[in-house]
Design a protein around this ligand. Sequence first.
Ligand SMILES: N[C@@H](CCC(=O)N[C@@H](CS)C(=O)NCC(=O)O)C(=O)O
Length: 234
Amino acid sequence: MFIVHHLNNSRSQRVLWLLEELGFEYAIRFHERNKDMTAPAELKIVHPLGKSPILEDLDAEGGAVTLVETGAICEYLAGKAGGKLGCPVDPREAISYRQFLHYAEGSVMPILFASLVVSKMPLIGRYGAKRLRPMLNVHLDFIENVLAQRTWFAGELLTAADVMMSFPLEAARSRGLVGSDKPATIDWLRRIHARPAYQRALSKGGAYAFVPTQDRNLSAHAGIMSTQQLETSS
Ligand SMILES: N[C@@H](CCC(=O)N[C@@H](CS)C(=O)NCC(=O)O)C(=O)O
C-alpha cells in the first residue's frame, strides 16, 4: 500500500501522476501549506525534513519504507512496476533519462525557486530577479532545443524523466517564462496534460495552480476520447 503525503500546489503532484501512469493503487494524505507557503508542522511527524512529497510503502520488502526526494520516489516506483517508465534499455536514451531525472531538481528548480524568493524581496527584488533571468533562460533555451528534436525527454517514449520535468516547466510557464517563443516546450506541456493519467492525478490531487485553463479543458477531451487515443497521441 502506497501513501503519498501531498501538499497543495506542489511538486508532489508529479508522484500522483506517476502512480496513475503505473496503475498503482494509493492513498493520498492531504496537507495544506501555511500562509507563508511553508509545509505544515504535521509533515515533520512523517519525516524529519517535513517537506512534500513523502512516499510511504507499507508493504515494502523488509518492512515499511518512508522515502523523500521526488526523483528517488520516481525511481522507486518505476522499480516496483518492473521498470515501467524507468530507465530505457537503449544506452543513449538511458543517458538522457538519467540526466533529466536529476536535472529537474538539481539545476532547474534551484534557479526557479531562487528567482521566486528574490522577486518577493522588497527593494532588491526586481533587480535580483532580473539578474537571475538570463540564468533561467539558458535552461529554458536548452530544454526547448531538446524537445524540438525528440518527443519526450529520454527519446521516443514517456519516462519518469518527463514526470520530473513537469513541475519546473509548469511553474516556469505559469510565471510567464515559457511563451510562444518556446513552441516545443508548450507542445510537450499540452501533451502531458492531455494524458488521462495526468488528468486523473489532477482531479485527485486538489489545488494545483500550475496548469493553465486551456490545458485543464483537455480534461473534457479526456472524457470523450478513448484512453488509447490519448495515451498514444504523440
Ligand atoms: N528536492 C525535493 C524538494 C522538496 C520540497 O522542497 N518540497 C516543497 C513542495 S514544492 C515543500 O515541501 N515546501 C514546503 C517547505 O519547504 O516548507 C523534492 O523534489 O522532493
